[in-house]
Structure formats: C-alpha cells, structure tokens
Write a protein that binds this ligand. Structure first.
Ligand code: SAM
Length: 530
C-alpha cells in the first residue's frame, strides 16, 4: 500500500527522486514489525512530523483508518494506525505510549532505504527500521551522530548533510570520515563505509533462506506442475493439491518476490513465470527433482553441529548416513536419482563430445545413478558397450531409463559396491562420486577400480576442480559445504589433491579437460605398479 502523501509533506526527508517527480509520495506503508495487521505511515512522513514536532492530524495515508493524535514530544513518532480489517481485534500500537512494550522491535528509528543486493524485492528497495540504541543493533548507529549525553535528537538519514542547528559533533563527521577512509565510525569500535547496505545484504541472505525452503516445499507438492498450463485460481489449486489455501497463497506471494510466479493484486490467482516453469517436471531443463529431493533443506538446520565436530549434518539430523537413509526410503531414493539426472544433463553431458571414446570398447560407469551419462556416451559411440554399476535400489529405475534411451541392448546393469573391484572395462567413469567421500575412502575407491581393470584402462573422473591458488567461486564453495553437510568428510578438491589421491589408488594423472562451468574431466592411467 502506498503512502500517497503530498510532496510538501514528505519529499524533504524521503530522498526519493521519483517521489518528487510524481508529485505525491510513493513510499510503501510499513508493516509494523512483530504486530500483525498494523500499518504505520511511510517513514518519510514519520520522520518529517517528528522533526517538525507537528501533531498528526488527518494524514494522506488513505484508505488506512486515521487518528488524530497530538505528538507528546519531538521524540515521538507518529503512531502506527491499525489497518481496517473488520474482523481483527488487534489494537493499534503507539510507540512512546504505555503500549510500546507490545512492539518486539522497540521504538523504531527509520534510517533510510537501501537497494537490495539482488534487486528482487517487490519494490526493489528495503525499508530499514532499526531499533533504538539500547538494542544490539544499535551498533549501526554512527558514533559521530550521537547526541550529547542527556539530549536526544531525531536521527537523520545517513546521507543527509548536517544542518545548522545540529550539534557541533555532527559537523565533525565529514572530517572524521575522511580521516577514516570514508568510513563511518560505529558504536562498538566498528568502521563501515555503507552500514545500511551491509545490513541489507545480510537480510537478503536471510530472506533467501525462506525463499529456498518455500521453493522446495511447493515443488515437493508438485504445485508448479499444476500451474504449467497457465494462470490458476489459488483456492482451486489448494484444493487440487491438498494444501492449505492461506499458506499456499502466502508462499506464492513470497515466491513472486523472486520472479518465480506472478500473483494478481487481489492475490486470487497465480501464474508461473518462465523461470518458475523450470520447476515443472516436463520442462526440458527441469530442476523439479533438484528442489524436491531429500537433502540440504532437510539437514541444513544441523549445520551448527557440523561446524562443531566436522561430521555430516545428515548424521546429526537423521542419526544415519545419507545413503543409509535413502536406502530406507525408496520414494526419496527415486527423487534423488532424478535430481542427479537433471544435474548430469547440465554438467556432465556437455563433456561427452569433448572426449574420445573407444569405438568398440566397453565403458563402465561406476556409481552411475540411473545411467544418464552412460546412455549419452553409448549414443555418441554406436558400437561401444556399457556397464552400469550402482546400488540395487537405484538400478530398477536405471533399467527403465536405459531402455527408454534405446541403449539397453548394449548395456549391462550390475549391482556393485564402490569399494569392490568392478568388472573389466576399457574406460572407467566416476562421475560426481568422489566428492561424496573422504580422502581415505576416495583412495580406496580408486584402488578398487584399478584392481578391476588391466594396465591399458583409462579412468575419467567427472568433477569440478577447485583452484589451488585462489578462493573458490561462490558456487564451488556452495558445493563444498553441501558435501560437508551431506556426507562424512566429503569435499570438493584441487588438482594437486586429486593427483595425490590418484597416486594412492595406483593411477597417474594424465590431463584435465575443461567442461562447462563447474565441471572438468580428470583423465588418469594406471601407474606401472599398482
Ligand atoms: C552423487 S550420485 C552420482 C550419480 C551419477 N554418477 C551422476 O553423475 O549423476 C552418487 C551415486 O553413488 C551411488 N553410491 C553411493 N554409495 C555407493 C556404494 N557404496 N556403492 C555403489 N554406489 C554407491 C549412489 O547410489 C548414487 O547413484
């Protein structure tokens, strides 16, 4: 809901050029933190009134119910006004009055607006409201703007220059900032160039967590699939999917902020955006299973324990290892296999044409999942034969998949264990397997594969390779912590680390072929004496 006040009322402190052009304030009315169903005027109106000490008469915040309230002192902000929800019995809350303790945030100071780092908020802006200095967040209040002891002033917007009647300490701020490299000195001994932007960036990360979990929730309940063919009435969608209409509506509104769905202003219907359609099963680049699979969203809350002891969050959250858990839950095993297939299409299949495959030889994909990579290799080399090795729970779906791809007549499917030598083959493939394991296990897996093949065998490891002279990229760091969370001491590795482990397993690193971003093929041949 927009403020709509005349420019005269709010442009001075609003700092929003668009507001000046439009002739009326387009600031959003603020939802009062911790108090449902209450709205207060946009912060510009509040700050302006507080600064001038005027009483709030009829404001321009129609259609919100307005009250005539005399401002008790220049310290007090205009009262929030209760939204006209006829069935609500929640009273309006006035800061500075007896009822101020009702607000969990405490008295609110409005410090300005900062663009979100991702720009994905509805308005593209955050309205930041920080509590008074007695709260822990007061660290963000610039020391140079502290009023002399015993005197309280209205806090100014951080970008506003000091006016003639502000205390002399404020006038020192530009000089002190220059001396501190343009950074503000904050309470607690902190220095920061753009503290509000820092707060906004952290809040953005905080919010994205809930967006991620909501995406997983709606995808698990196949909501995107039900929206694949166009705009849907939310009530009908809830009934069809057995979900709570109110919860569904609110989550869809949240996802609208990330460009996943478009919700109409009345919040009656919703439609997937093109981005949102990637969550549909039948999308050619579907990420349905990636979001629907059991995994990070289910164990992420145990990362604190992982941080303490380095053990997988999975074990802390479930009491068993990830693979053990999947083996006990065939439905989740199926979705996990599909998630691996989705990611293989994006990451490993583009590598296949970059490599020479033996025209008439045998390729064994060890822990090859449902066989997406092996089917693609066999498709590339029409006279080659394949062996797919994985756990028994995965192989049922694998047989179906290989048959759908028309390569089942050239492919053997074998139950096998990574730590037991596989059948003889000309080329062994280990795709996105080694990063699931700790160093000793990786060395043991490599040694087992070495014992399975003869001296002419070639090993191709499909993995991302971390830089050994730079900080890993954000996505590499994400994958690394995801491995830490899911499996025992699992990790992404650098090339020197792979070389050492290969040698421990009886292999010599020969070359690395760069695939699409996030994927390489490390090629190795047997060491002379295994
Ligand atoms: C991360 S997935 C990779 C699947 C596939 N290679 C790919 O790139 O999509 C790891 C695979 O290892 C298999 N796996 C886990 N432990 C295993 C074991 N002890 N023996 C054989 N396979 C195992 C899982 O069933 C799963 O298919």
């Amino acid at each position: 809901m927009k403020c709509g006040a005349a420019v005269d009322d709010c442009s001075r402190l609003h700092g929003n050029r668009h507001c000046l052009k439009a002739g009326s304030c387009d600031g959003d009315l603020l939802h009062l933190s911790g108090v449902p169903n209450t709205l207060e005027p946009c912060r510009a109106i509040r700050s302006n009134r507080v600064a001038s000490g005027i009483s709030t008469a009829r404001t321009a915040v129609s259609p919100v119910r307005q009250r005539r309230t005399r401002m008790p002192s220049s310290l007090r902000a205009a009262p929030p006004v209760k939204a006209p929800f006829p069935n609500s019995d929640i009273p309006a809350v006035r800061h500075g009055s007896r009822s101020r303790s009702r607000c969990k945030m405490g008295p609110i100071r409005c410090l300005g607006q900062v663009p979100t780092p991702t720009g994905n908020h509805h308005s593209g802006m955050y309205s930041l409201r920080l509590p008074e200095p007695d709260s822990s967040l007061s660290v963000y209040r610039a020391e140079s703007e502290h009023p002399p002891r015993g005197r309280r002033t209205v806090p100014s917007l951080p970008t506003q220059s000091a006016s003639a009647d502000t205390p002399s300490r404020i006038n020192d701020a530009p000089r002190r900032r220059k001396a501190e490299g343009g950074r503000q000195r904050l309470a607690g001994g902190f220095l920061a160039a753009e503290p509000l932007r820092d707060v906004a960036a952290l809040l953005d990360a905080y919010q994205q967590g809930l967006v991620f979990h909501s995406l997983c929730a709606v995808t698990r309940l196949s909501i995107p699939d039900r929206m694949a063919d166009g705009r849907r009435d939310i009530a009908a969608l809830a009934e069809e999917t057995g979900t709570d209409e109110d919860a569904l509506r609110r989550m869809l509104v949240l996802l609208a902020g990330s460009g996943i769905v478009d919700v109409d202003p009345g919040r009656v219907s919703a439609e997937l955006t093109e981005r949102g359609k990637v969550l549909c099963r039948r999308h050619p680049m579907s990420l349905w299973a990636t979001f629907a699979t059991f995994g990070i969203p289910d164990v992420g809350n145990a990362l604190t324990e992982t941080l303490k002891d380095g053990g997988p969050a999975t074990r802390h959250a479930l009491g068993v290892d990830f693979w053990e858990h999947l083996a006990k839950h065939p439905d989740q095993q199926l979705v996990f296999g599909q998630a691996m297939a989705e990611q293989a299409r994006l990451l490993t299949l583009p590598c296949v044409p970059l490599l020479d495959w033996p025209a008439e030889g045998t390729v064994a994909d060890i822990a090859g999942g449902i066989g997406v990579l092996l089917a693609d290799i066999l498709d590339e080399v029409p006279d080659a034969r394949g062996i797919l090795v994985d756990q028994p729970e995965v192989l049922g779906r694998a047989r179906t998949y290989l048959s759908e791809q028309g390569v089942d007549d050239r492919c053997t499917v074998r139950t096998g264990d990574l730590f037991v030598p596989p059948p003889r083959a000309d080329v062994y493939v280990l795709s996105r397997v080694l990063h699931d394991w700790d160093d000793d296990s990786v060395a043991a897996i490599l040694a087992a594969v070495r014992r399975g093949g003869d001296d002419t065998a070639v090993l191709r490891i499909f993995e991302d390779v971390l830089p050994d002279d730079a900080v890993p990229s954000a996505i590499q760091a994400w994958a690394d912590v995801a491995m830490l969370a899911l499996y025992h001491r699992a990790k992404e590795r650098t090339l020197p680390e792979y070389r050492r482990l290969l040698e421990r397993g009886g292999w010599r690193l020969e070359r690395v072929v760069q695939g699409p971003p996030g994927m390489c093929v490390i090629e190795a041949r047997p060491l002379a004496t295994p």
